[in-house]
Design a protein around this ligand. Structure first.
Ligand SMILES: Cc1cc2nc3c(=O)[nH]c(=O)nc-3n(C[C@H](O)[C@H](O)[C@H](O)COP(=O)(O)OP(=O)(O)OC[C@H]3O[C@@H](n4cnc5c(N)ncnc54)[C@H](O)[C@@H]3O)c2cc1C
Length: 398
C-alpha cells in the first residue's frame, strides 16, 4: 500500500509500537518511522536491567504513582492495565514473574526476545517500518516532513517520540521545537542522579555501591542502594526521591539529604557499640570494627567531618549529610519529566490544536518512579492513542 494512505506512527519505542499494533489489529494499514537504524533501542537498554515491565500492586496504589498526572492517565491504564500487559507479553512467548519487590519481569530478564517476537508479529500484521527517517515537523502545505525530503499526508498520525534521556538511543527531545503553539513543559531529568562536590580523596570511591542504606529527604526515607559516581550519586534509592530533590533544588538551590549507613541498627545500639574505648585505633579502623561500616561509608563520615559536622559519630552514621548541588544531566537520567501538557490532549489522546495528530508515551508531561510504571504508562497510552486514531477515522467516515 502507498505510504500516503497508511496511518503514520512516528517513533518506534514501546508507545509507538503499541499504537501501531492497536491500529493494525483493526485492519488499518500503518507505517512506522524512526530516526534510528533500528527500533526500540531504549526498550532494549531497559532490558539490561532485567526489563521491569510493570508492577503487581493493586491498581489504586499503582495509579497513585503518577501523582498529579493520575486523573489523565487513569482511563488509559485502566483500559490496558498491568494484567493486560502481562498477558500481552506472555502471548509473545515471554512468561513473566513477580520479583520480591512486586515488580514484574519477563522470565528471561531481557527485552531482545520480546522485541524480536513483537516486531515479527507486527510485520505479519502488515505494519511497515521505515528506519533512519527523522521527522522534522510539517511543511507549509501541512504534510509531515522528514529530514531526507520525504513528505506524506497520512489520514492520521501518532507521535511517540520519547523524552530526552539517553539521547544516543534515539529520543533526543528535539521534537519540542516542532510543535508550535502547543504547551510543552520543559523536559527535566527524572529518576536521576545528583551532582555532589566530593573532596579529592573521596573521589577514589567513584563506582562504589552504597549497599543497604536508607536515604532521607523532605520527610521521606527510602531503603535501598545507591552508587557513588565521580560527579555525585545515583542509583535506586536516589531515583526514588529524585523528583522531590530536583524540585526542591529548582526552587531554592542546593539541598541536604541524609544517609543512614546502618538502617538495621537503631541509634541506641549504635551508640553502645561506639561507646567503647577507641584506644590507638584510627578513626577508619574504629568505624569499621565498632560500627561495621564499609570503606565508602567511612569515607562519607570523613567527608562530613571535614565539612565541619560535629564529631558525634552515632548521629553522623544514622544521618550522614549529603549536599546535592543539582540533578545530573538529563542524558544520564532513566526518564524525563515534562513534555506535552496533558490538557493539550483530548480524551482520545489527540492534540486539540492538531486534529488527526495523537501523542503517547514519555513525550507527554507525566513522570513516575522506577518499578515498571514508566513502561506501563508508555504501553497504555500507546494503546489508547491507537484506539483514538480508530475512533477518529471511524467518526470521519460516518
Ligand atoms: C537505562 C534505562 C533503563 C530503563 N529501565 C526501565 C525499566 O526497567 N522499566 C520501565 O518501566 N522503564 C524503564 N526505562 C524507561 C523506559 O525505557 C522509557 O520510559 C520508554 O522506553 C519510553 O517509551 P517511548 O515509546 O515513549 O519512547 P522511546 O522508547 O524513547 O522511543 C521513542 C522513539 O522515537 C524516536 N524518535 C525520536 N525523535 C524522532 C524523530 N524526530 N523522528 C523519528 N523518530 C524519532 C526515537 O529514535 C525512539 O526510537 C528505562 C530507561 C533507561 C534509559
Amino acid at each position: 500500500m502507498d505510504t500516503q494512505e497508511c496511518v503514520a506512527v512516528i517513533g518506534a519505542g514501546p508507545a509507538g509500537l503499541m499504537a501501531a499494533e492497536t491500529i493494525a489489529a483493526a485492519g488499518l494499514a500503518v507505517t512506522m518511522f524512526d530516526r534510528m537504524p533500528s527500533p526500540g533501542r531504549k526498550l532494549l537498554m531497559a532490558g539490561r536491567g532485567g526489563l521491569n515491565l510493570t508492577h503487581s500492586e493493586a491498581l489504586p496504589a499503582f495509579l497513585d504513582r503518577y501523582g498529579p498526572a493520575r486523573p489523565q492517565l487513569e482511563a488509559a491504564i485502566a483500559a490496558f492495565p498491568p494484567a493486560a500487559l502481562i498477558g500481552w507479553c506472555e502471548a509473545l512467548g515471554q512468561p513473566t514473574f513477580v520479583g520480591s519487590s512486586g515488580r514484574v519481569f519477563p522470565q528471561g530478564l531481557k527485552a531482545s526476545p520480546l522485541l524480536r517476537a513483537w516486531l515479527r508479529r507486527l510485520g505479519g500484521m502488515g505494519v511497515h517500518l521505515q528506519t533512519r527517517r527523522s521527522w522534522t515537523g510539517w511543511d507549509a502545505d501541512g504534510a509531515l516532513a522528514f529530514a531526507d525530503g520525504l513528505r506524506i499526508r497520512p489520514p492520521a498520525t501518532v507521535l511517540a517520540l520519547g523524552g530526552a534521556s539517553w539521547p544516543r538511543l534515539g529520543s533526543n527531545g528535539a521534537w519540542t521545537g516542532l510543535l508550535p503553539g502547543i504547551d510543552i513543559r520543559p523536559l527535566r531529568p527524572a529518576n536521576c542522579g545528583f551532582r555532589i562536590a566530593w573532596s579529592a580523596p573521596f573521589g577514589r570511591f567513584a563506582g562504589t555501591p552504597l549497599k543497604r542504606i536508607a536515604l532521607s529527604f523532605g520527610g521521606r526515607t527510602v531503603r535501598g542502594e545507591a552508587m557513588v559516581t565521580a560527579a555525585g550519586i545515583e542509583g535506586g534509592a536516589v531515583y526514588a526521591l529524585s523528583a522531590a530533590l530536583r524540585d526542591a533544588i529548582a526552587a531554592t538551590g542546593p539541598v541536604v539529604a541524609t544517609i543512614d549507613l546502618r538502617p538495621d541498627l537503631d541509634a541506641a545500639a549504635l551508640a553502645r557499640r561506639l561507646a567503647g574505648p577507641r584506644g590507638s585505633a584510627s578513626l577508619s579502623t574504629f568505624l569499621r570494627k565498632a560500627a561495621g561500616l564499609a570503606p565508602v561509608g567511612i569515607g562519607l563520615v570523613q567527608e562530613a567531618l571535614h565539612a565541619g559536622a560535629l564529631p558525634d559519630l552515632p548521629t553522623l552514621i544514622k544521618a550522614v549529610p549529603l549536599r546535592l548541588l543539582e540533578p545530573a544531566p538529563i542524558a544520564r537520567a532513566i526518564s524525563s519529566a515534562g513534555g506535552i501538557a496533558l490538557d493539550e490532549l483530548d480524551t482520545h489522546w489527540m492534540l486539540r490544536r492538531r486534529p488527526g495528530v495523537f501523542a503517547a508515551g514519555e513525550m507527554l508531561d507525566w513522570e513516575a518512579p522506577t518499578g515498571g510504571y514508566l513502561l506501563q504508562a508508555c504501553f497504555s497510552t500507546g494503546a489508547a492513542a491507537g484506539r483514538g486514531v480508530l475512533e477518529w477515522l471511524k467518526a470521519g467516515q460516518e
